[in-house]
Design a protein. Structure first.
Length: 279
């Protein structure tokens, strides 16, 4: 039976990377499954002595094995389709030569809008005559209130677009909100996955301690956790390539159906600058 309501948790990372930039990540979960999944994940955190937030920036050698265990538990829900993960990013080689200052100023939110509108395949959500409610929860935005409110207005207007009207999607104004990731464990796991992908695509696993030929313990731990996360992704999608858009296999409905997908966002007006390395 189709869900009456879905919750989307969203996060962003790495605005400017060495090869890839503008990382956005999200997890979508049916409201009927949300409480159970949250309770299990919070219990696992407590069991493994994670008393604060779990974050990519906090990954350490001492806690590596614990991070591996809890991320494996998280991916079991992804594999079953109870949680769906979407990651979007841009490649620095794809350059917009004539980006107007006003658009550049709003780039953060313009990309976030594209992510919400397209990455989850919401236009293909199982149809309900009564409509399907959508709740959008974002990690706190690093921007002024005026821009945030403008962005929320654009998101609210999505339900009036043809695709969302055809899918009978309802987005209540009060359900577009900034939240504290400390209180939302699914958002914390989204941060972990998003951080690991940005880490690998921008070759941060190769970084050495300044003045030495050696990598630091934290870098080595993060590389191992990234590889563990990739192994979990590959259980769902064998031979997964993290640096390209995930194939829909000829069916656009798979934007909704697939439990895990990446989207390399390429603006229509961009051109390839071959002087910039691919990564």
């Amino acid at each position: 039976m189709p869900e009456k309501e879905y919750i989307i948790f969203c996060d962003e990372s790495e605005k400017f990377g060495k090869y890839y930039s503008n990382f956005y990540g999200g997890a979508i979960v049916g409201a009927s499954k949300y409480e159970k999944i949250t309770n299990v994940l919070n219990s696992l955190k407590e069991k493994h002595n994670f008393y604060g937030e779990i974050k990519w920036s906090k990954v350490s050698a001492n806690y590596l094995e614990k991070y591996q265990k809890i991320i494996s538990a998280f991916f079991k829900y992804v594999a079953k389709g109870d949680l769906k993960i979407r990651i979007m990013f841009t490649q620095n080689r794809n350059v917009i030569r004539q980006l107007l200052p006003a658009k550049r100023d709003l780039e953060y939110f313009l990309l976030y809008y594209q992510f919400i509108k397209h990455a989850f395949g919401l236009r293909y959500i199982p149809f309900r005559d009564e409509g399907t409610r959508l709740r959008l929860f974002f990690d706190v935005f690093p921007h002024k209130k005026e821009k945030v409110e403008q962005f929320k207005g654009y998101l609210l207007a999505l339900q009036s677009s043809k695709d969302f009207k055809d899918a009978n999607i309802i987005i209540p104004k009060q359900e577009i909100a900034e939240v504290d990731s400390h209180n939302h464990v699914i958002l914390q796991f989204t941060d972990l996955i998003l951080g690991s992908i940005a880490f690998r695509l921008n070759d941060k696993h190769k970084e050495k301690i300044p003045g030495t030929r050696f990598r630091g313990k934290k870098t080595l731990a993060k590389e191992k956790l990234y590889k563990h996360i990739l192994s979990e992704i590959c259980k769902i999608r064998p031979n997964f390539n993290i640096g390209i858009s995930t194939s829909e296999k000829g069916d656009k409905k798979n934007r909704w159906n697939y439990p895990y997908m990446h989207w390399l966002f390429v603006p229509k007006e961009s051109e390839v600058d071959k002087s910039i390395k691919k990564g």
